[in-house]
Design a protein around this ligand. Sequence first.
Ligand code: HEM
Length: 128
Amino acid sequence: REGGSLYDRIGPEALAALVTRFYTRVAADSDLAPIFPTDLTLTAEKQLAFLTGFLGGPPLYHQRFGHPRLRARHLPHPITPTRGRAWLACMNAALRETPEIAEADARELYAALARVAAHMVNTLEDPS
Ligand code: HEM
């Protein structure tokens, strides 16, 4: 696929595969797993819906769940700089596990997510 939005270039199948691989990584990450639900089914559905609209596809998250208010929705979860880095490391690993996404598109997606992730950090590192 070429042209259009990042969503058009990546396509729904590859995006869904990426999200599945990402949450497999999250579930196995000792910094991230404790703040996520044990069952990540709904979390993954929401993320796929969100990313679909965020990357220029249909606004599925807005339609099902309303305005994302992402920073507000993350405030109940203690997101330290370490967890921000862990989240991005999981995404980077998932992107490398998803060769259906072209290298240039993967880089563009990662850069966009890194900007959002920095904005989600809401808690200082636990001093110990
Ligand atoms: C929800 C953690 C960054 C998008 C969540 C939840 C946690 C979390 C714990 C709640 C899961 C649940 O109860 O189902 C983190 C951490 C991040 C991060 C540690 C590191 C910076 C991001 C980024 C995005 C994002 C960068 C978007 C690109 C979402 C969405 C939801 C969500 C769409 C679902 C919101 C809802 O409940 O409707 N995140 N997140 N997150 N996150 Fe993140």
